[in-house]
Write a protein that binds this ligand. Structure first.
Ligand code: UDX
Length: 439
């Protein structure tokens, strides 16, 4: 259910509104059988036993807590609509990521119905990651369900458990109190982002000392207590969740007077901003401190591979910085649309066609990597799309201005082979062989 007719029409068409591997197959198999897309919100509320509130909760842009607090306006609107049109008891599930104790607000709004109906509110945060969403849904690490610790709350939680138990082993379905469930989602994302910022902070130290961040990730990750995953150094994390959820956590800590805790978590975001900035500065610094008038190819714009999502993508910040330096940007990403690029650039960086004349001339979106790189002074790899690993870099080298630079913001290329071709290669957290003679 959505109030946006355009979105629903797209879900009902052959071209789904988002790119997600495996999703078209699932929609094709189920649509019209046990999966329906519609804008008839009121009718469907009336018929439903369980309602998932899955609306967005973006970071507030103005007012109290602007820039950190999550705006739960849409959750409240859903609760008000349910209270208004429901004619029978319901279980209302918070699927959206929300600040802890949001369930209390939702329950109060629902309770204020004057029809004598009873509603149970559950928290069931979503842990899927983009690009692997279908696999994550079919085989989740865990399903978390929080409910009120009353006989009615426990019964409602059990009902939702029995839905998931159709395909998820029982031992992977956790039940907790409401507040633990709400907070766990923020904490999970904060921990994941913290790992990325931690390894990125080490990448800077590696570049200064001659150590190799990939070797460090491997050595550190082989300790079972630490684990291998999420130790891939990069140009920085992006996506719709990490920054938003950490800032939400920071705001929560501040609200409860926990300044040190707020400061601790905020540093994860500070480190990420530093990493993005460091990349732009490395590009400009390496290219003789000027990129004015130079063509730079950006390979990848999505915040990670296998998605067309550009929310908080690190590429956007690099693009903004390099545009300010006067470079001519040629961007290729297999899934990102030019419209989405500009919408996000305006929303997050405040850069748009009205306040920045000449944007369309300075930023060209290409339909393949080779034309993006043709005649370029430098290539920046910003998303780890598999297809970038197998490009014909000999052919690309011949077509580029010299010296030809590659800045691998994802450490996905064979750097030794590229150097053999003649490229000047810069990566993340890898020692520069021209700087260290003892490697
Ligand atoms: C994340 C959480 O993983 C998921 O559980 C939650 O439900 C939503 O938020 P998502 O934003 O889709 O999922 O992507 P994720 O795979 O977590 O990556 C986030 C960002 O971190 C990406 O920009 C990615 O490139 C970056 N990253 C990830 C690294 O730079 N290094 C890593 O080792 C891992």
């Amino acid at each position: 259910m959505d109030i946006n007719q355009k979105q629903i029409d797209a879900w009902n068409s052959e071209t789904l509104p988002i790119y997600e591997p495996g999703l078209p197959e699932v929609v094709k198999e189920c649509r019209g059988k046990n999966l329906f897309f519609s804008t008839a919100v009121d009718d469907e509320i009336e018929k439903a036993d369980i309602i998932f509130i899955s609306v967005n909760t973006p970071t507030k842009t103005k007012g109290i807590g602007a820039g950190r607090a999550a705006n739960i306006k849409n959750c409240e609107l859903c609760a008000r609509q349910i209270a208004k049109v429901a004619t029978s008891n319901k279980i209302v599930v918070e699927k959206s990521t929300v600040p802890v104790r949001t369930a209390q607000a939702i329950a109060r709004v629902l309770k204020s119905n004057d029809k004598g109906l009873s509603f149970q509110v559950l928290s069931n945060p979503e842990f899927l990651a983009e690009g692997t969403a279908i696999d994550d849904l079919f085989a989740p690490d865990r399903v978390l369900i929080g409910g009120q610790q009353t006989p009615e709350g426990l019964a409602a939680a059990e009902k939702l458990v029995s839905v998931y138990a159709n395909w998820v082993p029982r031992e992977r379905i956790l039940t907790t109190n409401l507040w633990s469930s709400e907070l766990s989602k923020l904490v999970a994302n904060a921990f994941l982002a913290q790992r990325v910022s931690s390894i990125n902070s080490i990448s800077a130290l590696c570049e200064a000392t001659g150590a190799d961040v990939s070797e460090i990730s491997r050595a550190v990750g082989m300790d079972d207590r630490i684990g291998k995953r999420f130790l891939q150094s990069s140009v920085g994390f992006g996506g719709s969740c990490f920054q938003k959820d950490i800032l939400n956590l920071v705001y929560l800590c501040e609200t409860f007077g926990l300044e040190e805790c707020a400061h601790y978590w905020n540093q994860v975001v500070v480190m990420n901003d530093y990493q993005k900035k460091r990349f732009s500065e490395k590009v400009v610094g390496s290219m003789f401190n000027t990129v004015t008038g130079k063509k730079i190819a950006m390979l990848g714009y999505a915040f990670k591979k296998d998605t067309g999502d550009v929310r908080e993508t690190p590429s956007m910040f690099v693009l903004r910085d390099l545009l300010q330096e006067g470079s001519r940007m040629h961007i290729y990403d297999p899934q990102v649309t030019r419209d989405d690029m500009w919408i996000e650039m305006d929303y997050t960086c405040g850069v748009n066609h009205d306040n920045t004349p000449g944007l369309d001339e300075s930023v060209i979106t290409e339909t393949d990597a080779y034309s993006a790189c043709d005649g370029a002074h430098a290539i920046c790899i910003l998303t780890e799309w598999d297809e970038f690993k197998t490009l014909d870099y000999e052919k690309i080298f011949k077509s580029m201005a010299k010296p030809a630079f590659i800045f691998d913001g994802r450490n996905i290329l064979d750097h030794a082979a590229l150097r053999k071709i003649g490229y000047e290669v810069h990566c993340i957290g890898k020692p520069d062989p021209t700087k260290f003679t003892d490697l």
